[in-house]
Design a protein around this ligand. Structure first.
Ligand code: ADP
Ligand code: MG
Length: 692
């Protein structure tokens, strides 16, 4: 592994180095494992008459006129039109007036870019420009396309990558030979190079298969290691049953569903069993997982221990904290809850840490600030992670470690672990991916919930949607409007939160409308979220920061602009923000594209509110192997692997990992030395975040 800084590469100075760091790339090794987002294939030029909207194509022809530069609002447009034997096509570039010097009348070029529809015409936006000779040279090849940042474009990243490979020293193959031959897996160094620079699709598939295999392989080895460490461990935090918790459960404003009851019983049985609990609670959005967590935390507190709940976002952590405080007040429960998040001031943090260390705090709620070094617990007996799919196995383990350290007198004491997830993965996959956990499924929605009414509309429907929003506000309800972007962008035509808020304030005068996005300061976000939760804000225009866990039952409308830009799983999560109370809720998905297939994809959500069904239909539509399309979910942080489309390989790897560990426990055999080394590095670097 090459741990030299990225700036050790030729042509990368401090400034460019800083841009790479912005992309999370610090070392040469990080760079080599920054896999392409996709690939450009330089196909032969297409006749203009047969290009289609949405495609990325090359067209070859002569310019009808010298390009002209025009100003439109804040944007400088360079316009040209190209003609071939079959037709004429308009070309547009943003903020590149200097192109005019190149784009002279009568000259021949090849333009390659995305075909978009403007009015009734097809145009090309921001095309790359080649001389016919240059295009000839790249034709037929595949070029990687990387995640980029302002100031660091694809060309520069490709150049750095080539440089990195030029100096790259081969690494030792670590997979057992028999495995490689049985599954026809490419050699590691070959795979690494060809995931970046495949000559064709077949090479790309070879490379990808090997790397996906490795991702699953190490992940599952890590899960097995966790399992061995934790399973059947006697607990130092054996709890007794607490009558007070049963009484509180009876005083909830609703009756638990039978699935919730079953889950709660399973959790309580674990806590009282004398063994360490390792349990996953899986339940679709809105199935009521939080209350299970709260009751388990209370049982822990009444047993004289501490319990912690970790959430992936600050908004969600704060919400859990507040709803717990409220509930405890109503119940007259005097157990202390404290919050720990990154955006708290140093003073606030210090106070929280003090309460945690002194056990003044019984229940601790927070983001991954909970696992920071300077948080010391007194006796942490139960750790819960909410929305586990947003964390890595490593972070889950780190919180467990905090529990182990919290009792110096009981060296190595493991806390009980409960993880909660709404990811709709089939049981067969869940058993593999969460192999170290017992699983409870909440497969039932609270009674009295009306199913969400859905519609997919085009942008022409907006006026009616706004009328509908006003009506819902009039009835005392609230609404979310989701936009994909924070602010206007030259490159991407999609609705943005800032402009949309202005527009909506004009269109629905008198309504109290605010916006929320990830770039706002923590404090500001909290203020907005609180005002929305209390009903002070009626419409929240937001990016997907509200995607996970947020619970404002009075909100009845979820309107999603540019719905075509989101994955189905993500849309399902967003929609899960409504339909959380007694009133009828609605989800309006605005399809901003008239591309083929979009409507079909969105219709899946239109038909069903069931996360499992949606995931399986989505898979059918994409088909296995369609791995560079929209990823189903941000699950488990695999870089290349997609647990759905690669499900078969996942199952295979799971079998192989079991076999291997059976025949070579602990990988102690010298012939597995390279593998063991790799595995140790994987674990120490924080599991799946490691570069494979
Ligand atoms: P999720 O499983 O998505 O985390 P939550 O725990 O946030 O769901 O619960 C969603 C909403 O449903 C909350 O407002 C919660 O108070 C309510 N709720 C939970 N269980 C029930 C139930 N058995 N009956 C009615 N409402 C419930
Ligand atoms: Mg939740």
């Amino acid at each position: 592994m090459n741990q030299e800084p990225i700036t050790s590469l030729k042509g990368i100075g401090e400034k460019t180095g800083a841009l790479f760091r912005k992309l999370g790339i610090e070392t040469v090794d990080d760079l080599l494992h920054d896999y392409p987002r996709g690939y450009d294939s330089y196909d032969p030029p297409t006749p203009i008459e047969s290009v289609r909207e949405g495609e990325i194509v090359a067209v070859s022809g002569a310019l009808l006129k010298t390009a002209s530069v025009r100003r439109f609002k804040q944007i400088e447009l360079t316009l040209a039109s190209v003609k071939d034997r079959s037709g004429v096509m308009q070309l547009t570039w943003y903020h590149m007036p200097y192109l005019r010097a190149t784009l002279q009348m009568g000259k021949r070029f090849v333009f390659r870019g995305k075909v978009v529809k403007k009015g009734s015409r097809l145009e090309m936006e921001q095309p790359e420009i080649f001389s016919p000779e240059d295009y000839e040279k790249v034709m037929g090849s595949m070029r990687p396309v990387y995640g980029q940042t302002k100031g660091l474009g694809n060309k520069a990243i490709v150049r750095a990558m080539e440089e990195a490979f030029a100096r790259h020293t081969m690494e030792r193959e670590y997979l057992p030979e028999d495995l490689r031959s049985r599954y026809e897996l490419a050699e590691y160094n070959y795979a690494l190079e060809h995931i970046h620079f495949p000559a064709d699709r077949a090479e790309l598939l070879m490379a990808r298969k090997r790397l996906v295999f490795d991702e699953f392989f190490f992940f599952l080895l890590a899960v097995r290691r966790l399992k061995e460490k934790r399973q059947d461990q006697t607990s130092s935090f054996v709890m007794h049953h607490v009558e007070a918790v049963d009484e509180l459960e009876a005083r909830l404003p609703y009756a638990l569903t039978s699935a919730q009851k079953r889950t709660l019983t399973e959790v309580q049985r674990d806590l009282e069993s004398g063994l360490v609990m390792n349990r996953l609670v899986q339940g679709d959005v809105g199935s009521g997982k939080t209350v299970i967590a709260i009751l388990a935390l209370l049982q822990t507190a009444y047993n004289g221990f501490q319990g912690a709940l970790m959430a992936p976002t600050e908004v969600l952590a704060r919400q859990h904290f507040e709803s717990m405080q409220e509930l405890f007040e109503v119940w007259g429960v005097t157990k202390q809850v404290v919050l720990v998040t990154g955006s708290m001031t140093a003073k606030e943090k210090r106070e929280a840490y003090k309460k945690i260390a002194s056990h003044e705090a019984d229940i601790i709620v927070g983001t991954h600030a909970l696992i920071q070094e300077n948080v010391h617990y007194d006796n942490l007996a139960l750790v819960i992670t909410d929305e586990q799919h947003r964390f890595g196995v490593g972070q889950r383990e780190a919180l467990g470690q905090k529990g182990a350290e919290s009792r110096k007198d009981l060296a190595g004491t493991l806390p009980h672990v409960l993880v909660m997830s709404a990811t709709p993965i089939p049981r067969t996959l869940a058993i593999i991916l969460y192999g170290d956990l017992d699983i409870s499924v909440i497969d039932e929605m609270p009674v009295g919930r009306l199913p969400i009414k859905n519609c997919v509309v085009d942008t022409g429907y907006r006026d009616r949607a706004y009328q509908f929003l006003s009506k819902e506000l009039g009835a005392g309800h609230q609404a979310y409007v989701i936009c994909p972007m924070v602010e206007a962008s030259e490159m991407i035509e999609a609705e943005n939160v800032l402009d949309y808020t202005k527009l909506l304030r004009e269109r629905i005068p008198g309504a109290r409308i605010e916006y929320l996005h990830g770039r706002m300061k923590g404090k500001e976000k909290n203020k907005i979220m609180e005002a929305f939760a209390s009903g002070e804000i009626q419409i929240l225009v937001s990016t997907t920061v509200v995607e996970v866990g947020v619970n404002v039952p009075n909100a009845t409308v979820m309107m999603i602009e540019n719905a075509e830009r989101f994955g189905l799983a993500q849309l399902h999560q967003l929609r899960g923000r409504v339909g959380r109370g007694k009133a009828q809720s609605y989800c309006i998905m605005v399809n901003g594209s008239d591309q083929d297939g979009t409507q079909e994809r969105l219709d899946i959500l239109n038909r069903s509110n069931d996360g499992f069904y949606i995931a399986s239909e989505d898979l059918k539509l994409r088909g296995p192997g369609d791995f560079f399309g929209m990823r189903q979910s941000g699950d488990l942080e695999f870089r290349l692997a997609d647990i759905f489309t690669d499900a078969d390989l996942l199952k295979t790897v799971a079998r192989e990992v079991d076999e291997l560990l059976k025949s070579a426990p602990g990988l102690a055999d010298p012939k597995h030395e390279a593998l063991k080394e790799r595995m140790d590095a994987y674990v120490s670097k924080g599991y799946e975040k490691l570069n494979l």
